[in-house]
Design a protein. Structure first.
Length: 79
């Protein structure tokens, strides 16, 4: 289940608890935020010397720190 919600760092753990109560696997939930995608696109654009408007780096996981996971391999410029 991909959840595009705000605040992702609060809603995703709450949904994981609901999944547990229903006997579902809470590890099947990922959080996605547009802000983190925009930041990843800008970062890759700066490094690659490309316009970030043409880059699309999906970001999953938490909102910061060790839980955030940009999926660089999913964009041809980000690879």
């Amino acid at each position: 289940l991909g959840m595009i919600v705000n605040p992702v760092n609060s809603v995703v753990p709450a949904m994981a608890e609901l999944y547990k109560k229903k006997g579902l696997d809470p590890m099947k939930i990922v959080g996605i935020t547009t802000l983190d995608v925009v930041r990843a696109n800008k970062f890759v654009g700066e490094i690659a010397g490309k316009n970030p408007n043409y880059i699309n780096i999906p970001v999953v996981g938490g909102h910061a720190g060790t839980t955030i996971l940009p999926l660089f391999s999913q964009d041809k410029i980000g690879k």
